[in-house]
Design a protein around this ligand. Structure first.
Ligand SMILES: Nc1ncnc2c1ncn2[C@@H]1O[C@H](COP(=O)(O)OP(=O)(O)OP(=O)(O)O)[C@@H](O)[C@H]1O
Length: 690
């Protein structure tokens, strides 16, 4: 009997879900999820060399064709990107902080809104008048060919390999965004009623070497197939534009980093209209880009908009209406964030003194500091049209809030001096990560920073501190999450959470995503592996690849683990710099004690400190901190007869050596010598240390 190959397994798997999806029992949301899951699965399989590139390309093609009926459905009720869903999402983004808030809008009643119906009709009329045979010829001449799929006009862009055949979404544009080809979501088409791509293409320069160059530097898209270079090099951005609403996948992983190449883009598109209404800054929190005007629409600017008299998408209208109501909405300020308190997702932690949470969506009451922290259309402070970052649109607002609230770290800054010892790791990190993040203009090409590093070693040796310090010293936003909370607390949602996390990080770049216990996320696959864990892992690797291949994304993933041996090969390969963070040596232990005691009333002399250091051999940094804490309680315990409620601080005696002696009786090293051997061995095999 013939053994089924990977491709046959995937095909039969696909067929099953295809029938499920077309059965009519799934909601559009479920279909979208299903579609996304399948695409991820292929990506992962290909990235892990389980299937060949040809096979993957074949599967993608099949998917695009077979799912076209759903993805590109003209039917506003059944299409994946149906119009009402988009409006609904938009409306939901207006949700304020109250958990009890419920939008009165539903998919059904949005369709019944008169203004929606009018705009749909207008759009349909407009759409049908836009794509002419002449336009199609122009496109074909430019290497863009109409796809064979029925229904909406779609375009495929030829890859150099001739294999990556991508539909450029529908031939309709809403917000004049770039079509980020090279991502599965690019297959999706729009139901929105907008100008045709052909209109836009007419105004673009003909494809040329320089165009391709510009496209590559300006817009980095996540490749279809993991991180394989061949794919990324074969991907080209189409000259057309795509409704941002259709980028449900690309919004999250195929985001161009606009901030760095604004000049080039302007030159490329010949954008002279600084006041264009179509502005884009996908790194809106950076002051340098906040006033940037970038017509990503292939020259579609205010003038062009006005060439369509009276036309406005429902989304645009919704924004205008809402913004009229809240003209005086205060703008939010960018949040600079570093951690001082170790956090794990959803642990109900306080944000600390620096941690005032500022939601990423504008508040409606106008009383609090609300606003779009991540705004796609950075129009400057005075501009009332400040929608939420397009990339966040397909992310559940609650998740965004949770990430900003719980995962984004707002603690006090951490300096290199706060981390005792680990000199080699610190020097390496400064060189390969911090400097490149500070000076991306110098650290280009081979000098470019890695997108993922791994800190491994015994618990309590300062891995989290290092993560925070990287963020702090490179001026990056720090996101800290425990991988185990992703797999345990977010059962069924972990995958979405990973996607949301990277999306928010992209909006907040430069960003450092610190993932503690990364082994639980990236452990080697086994028979007993749970489906949801596998999906989270796949999503994580895809996102990591996205960050890796998009050279302009300034996102660094720092994984930390006490069990490096459990990380699977594919993940290990992606975390290119693996640094051992060992137990502190004598000098580092002394530094910790001296530093902590310098803040206390203490009577230790040099000799006593040396004794403490010698006696604490084998202690981790956390053990040393615990030892000092314990010792610091000694003077209080010796107060015995006095009433703690009435004594004054100066009645508490200084911390003395005898307190440390007592502390040594209760605080023991937390790391066994057997464990240490494991780390040493792994370091010699896979570590990047000396
Ligand atoms: N090298 C160090 N220098 C100064 N303090 C340290 C050092 N290592 C650990 N500490 C202290 O221990 C605490 C815990 O450290 P941290 O959370 O960074 O360790 P970790 O390696 O991430 O631990 P785990 O693997 O358990 O997550 C720190 O807040 C700090 O007080």
């Amino acid at each position: 009997m013939e053994t089924p190959t990977h491709s046959t397994v995937y095909l039969s798997d696909w067929q099953k879900s295809y029938f499920a999806i077309t059965s009519g029992t799934c909601t559009p949301g479920q279909k979208a999820d299903e579609y996304r899951a399948k695409i991820l699965r292929i990506q992962y399989a290909w990235a892990n060399s389980e299937i060949s590139q040809v096979c993957a390309a074949h599967l993608f093609k099949k998917y695009a064709e077979k799912y076209a009926a759903i993805i590109d459905s003209d039917n506003i009720e059944t299409g994946l990107n149906n119009y009402a869903e988009n409006i609904l999402t938009l409306a939901k983004c207006q949700q304020n902080d109250s958990d009890k808030w419920q939008s009165a809008l539903t998919t059904e009643n949005v369709f019944e809104l008169k203004c929606v119906q009018e705009r749909m009709q207008t759009g349909k009329n407009f759409q049908s008048s836009q794509v002419t045979p002449t336009d199609a010829c122009v496109l074909a001449d430019q290497g863009v060919r109409p796809s064979a799929a029925p229904g909406l006009p779609k375009f495929s862009v030829f890859s150099s390999a001739g294999e990556t055949e991508l539909c450029a979404g529908s031939a309709k544009c809403a917000n004049q965004r770039p079509a980020l080809l090279g991502h599965p979501s690019s297959f999706k088409s729009s139901q929105s009623t907008l100008p045709s791509v052909t209109k836009t293409l007419d105004t673009l320069p003909a494809p040329s070497a320089s165009l391709n160059e510009q496209v590559r530097t300006g817009f980095q898209a996540t490749p279809l197939f993991g991180s394989k270079e061949a794919t990324s090099s074969s991907l080209k951005m189409s000259s057309n534009c795509c409704d941002g609403q259709n980028l449900s996948l690309s919004n999250q992983s195929a985001i161009p980093a606009w901030s760095a190449s604004s000049g080039k883009r302007k030159a490329f598109y010949g954008v002279a209209d600084e006041g264009s209404t179509v502005t884009a800054s996908l790194a809106p929190c950076q002051a340098s880009t906040s006033t940037e005007t970038s017509s990503f629409s292939g020259n579609r600017n205010r003038n062009e908009e006005s060439s369509i008299p009276g036309f406005r998408t429902a989304k645009e209208q919704l924004w205008v209406d809402q913004q009229k109501k809240s003209q005086n909405l205060p703008q939010r300020v960018p949040v600079s964030s570093y951690g001082g308190v170790k956090k794990s997702l959803g642990a109900g932690r306080s944000r600390g003194p620096f941690g005032k949470f500022v939601p990423p969506v504008p508040k409606q009451d106008g009383n609090e500091n609300g606003g779009a922290q991540c705004k796609p259309h950075a129009r400057g402070q005075a501009d009332p049209l400040l929608p939420v970052d397009e990339r966040l649109k397909n992310i559940e607002p609650k998740m965004v809030e949770l990430i900003m609230h719980e995962i984004m770290d707002h603690g006090p800054p951490v300096n290199w001096d706060d981390i005792a010892g680990v000199e080699f790791a610190k020097a390496t990190i400064k060189e390969i990560v911090v400097w490149p993040m500070l000076r991306p203009d110098i650290f280009t090409g081979l000098r470019g920073p890695p997108k993922g590093i791994l800190l491994f070693g015994p618990p309590g040796t300062g891995k989290t501190l290092i993560g925070k310090c990287i963020a702090c010293q490179s001026g990056a936003t720090f996101f800290s999450i425990s991988a185990s909370s992703l797999t345990s607390k977010w059962v069924g949602e972990g995958e979405k959470m990973v996607r949301a996390l990277f999306t928010v990080a992209r909006c907040q770049q430069p960003a450092v995503i610190f993932i503690d216990e990364i082994d639980s996320l990236l452990s080697q696959r086994g028979d007993g592996e749970h489906e949801s864990s596998r999906r989270i892992k796949t999503e994580f690797l895809v996102q990591l690849d996205g960050a890796t291949t998009s050279s302009e994304d300034r996102i660094l993933v720092v994984g930390a683990t006490n069990r490096p041996q459990e990380i699977d090969e594919a993940a290990r390969r992606r975390l290119v710099k693996r640094l051992y963070i060992p137990l502190p040596e004598a000098s580092a232990r002394k530094q910790i004690v001296t530093r902590l005691m310098s803040k206390e009333h203490c009577s230790l002399n040099e000799e006593e400190i040396e004794l403490i250091v010698n006696k604490s051999n084998g202690f981790s940094g956390a053990d040393m901190t615990q030892l000092c804490r314990e010792a610091s309680l000694g003077p209080i315990r010796s107060l015995q007869s006095m009433d703690i409620a009435t004594i004054t601080p100066d009645q508490v005696r200084p911390i003395a050596f005898l307190d440390f002696e007592s502390a040594f009786r209760t605080v023991r090293p937390s790391v066994s010598s057997k464990d240490l051997e494991l780390y040493e061995t792994w370091n010699q095999t896979f570590g990047c240390g000396r």
